[in-house]
Design a binder for this molecule. Structure first.
Ligand code: ADP
Ligand code: MG
Length: 375
């Protein structure tokens, strides 16, 4: 089911003396969510993710704009008539009911022509339970399950009616790290198997990046960028998006463009075509550093962290906005930890320039200048 958001807006009225201004929790959000895809709705706490999801589910009414499921305008429909499945962070299972009864619950409320026989309901519940691999646990109560198992029950309950759209609001946040990893793979698998258009809300960029066909990055109610995870990572439209994606985070420096050269502090690090002289923020992805004994970016070495798969070189630079500069390099490199300085060349494709006032990306063609060293 394709889901279309048209200029979707939600204002919450100002309340009390302290909050004099309306909160625009979702601000003019337009997006055609492709059929059968998993979309990650991503952004820091308070950016409007849950509000967006609740507008799509019908739990909230928009202040403006429309929502379509396929050709169907659902903007005025109550949640129960939209054909959605909802999963929240806190599972929200009925504690006194068994797993089976919990999963059956949405089916028992079906009325009129949708009403099912007991046998048909049980079959659907079994099917949903098998899909999330909890069919062995059907007679237990939620209190007798681990967090991960409880969340699977919640997902089965959301799937049992085969919803047109599946909406998940931070479904993994209550799970420990290992379960989070495992359950997100599960969600991906279930989504692929069922082909249900799914919107997955999270504040965790890695989670969103790892399972989404497309991510939507939001900030203060406003969509910043939509695209395939790799696309957005490789081509952020502004400093906010660049900083929000990636671990370790992007390294941000005070930079300056002069005569087609990028300077970080006094270090002339790259040649840049098509950008007029100006001060900029220069963002360098951790994997954008190349260790080189004559590299143009000269940093004070703080330490080296061996992480097995690669090495993290921690250093300082007077133009760095991050307290530490973090470079990730391959284990084939060896860093002289006795040295006070470490020098890097930069990979042009991993360096982004941003306007200092607006944070918008400054587009230009970064090149390693002929006179600058190639790694
Ligand atoms: P997120 O899910 O991204 O953390 P929310 O969608 O919950 O963010 O909230 C977005 C903004 O709207 C926040 O500033 C929040 O305080 C505000 N907000 C959310 N729900 C309400 C409400 N019922 N009344 C007033 N303000 C709200
Ligand atoms: Mg939320």
């Amino acid at each position: 089911m394709e889901v279309t958001l048209q200029n979707l807006t939600k204002k919450f009225p100002a309340r009390g003396r302290k909050n004099r201004e309306d909160v625009i929790a979702v601000n003019d959000f337009s997006y055609k969510i492709p059929d059968g895809k998993l979309i990650g709705l991503l952004g820091p706490s308070g950016c409007g993710k849950s509000t967006t999801l609740n507008l799509i589910s019908g739990l909230l009414k928009p202040t403006g704009g429309r929502i379509l499921f396929g050709e169907d305008d659902v903007t005025g429909l109550p949640p129960e008539n939209r054909g959605i499945g909802l999963v929240f962070q806190n599972y929200a299972l009925y504690p006194h009911l068994t797993v089976r009864q919990n999963i059956l619950f949405p089916l028992q409320n079906l009325k009129g022509k949708d009403k099912l026989s007991r046998a048909a309901m049980l079959e659907k519940a079994d099917e949903a339970a098998r899909l999330v691999q909890i069919d062995e646990l059907m007679d237990r109560k939620p209190g007798e399950l681990s967090g991960g198992q409880q969340q699977r029950v919640a997902i089965a309950r959301a799937l049992v009616k085969m919803p047109r759209v599946l909406l998940l609001d931070e479904p993994l946040s209550n799970l420990d790290a290992r379960l989070r990893l495992q359950t997100r793979e599960e969600i991906r698998r279930i989504q692929r198997e069922t082909g249900i258009t799914t919107i997955f809300v999270t504040h965790d960029q890695e989670e969103a990046m790892s399972i989404s066909d497309e991510i939507v990055v939001m900030k203060e109610g406003v969509v910043q960028q939509i695209g395939r995870p790799q696309e957005v990572y490789d081509n952020p439209v502004n400093l906010f998006v660049a900083k929000f994606l990636g671990t370790p985070p992007i390294n941000v420096f005070d930079g300056e463009i002069r005569d087609g050269r990028l300077y970080i502090g006094k270090d002339e690090v790259l040649s840049v075509k098509g950008v007029s002289d100006q001060t900029v923020y220069a963002g360098v992805r951790p994997e954008g550093f190349v260790l080189h004994k004559d590299g143009p970016l000269c940093c004070a070495l703080s330490g080296v962290e061996v992480m097995g798969r690669d090495i993290s070189v921690v250093s300082r630079h007077e133009a760095s906005l991050n307290p530490a500069v973090r470079a990730i390099i391959g284990t084939e490199n060896s860093v002289d930890t006795g040295s006070a300085l470490v020098r890097f060349a930069l990979k042009p494709g991993k360096v982004f320039l941003f306007n200092k006032e607006t944070g918008e990306r400054v587009r230009g063609q970064a090149n390693e200048g002929e006179e600058l060293l190639r790694p």
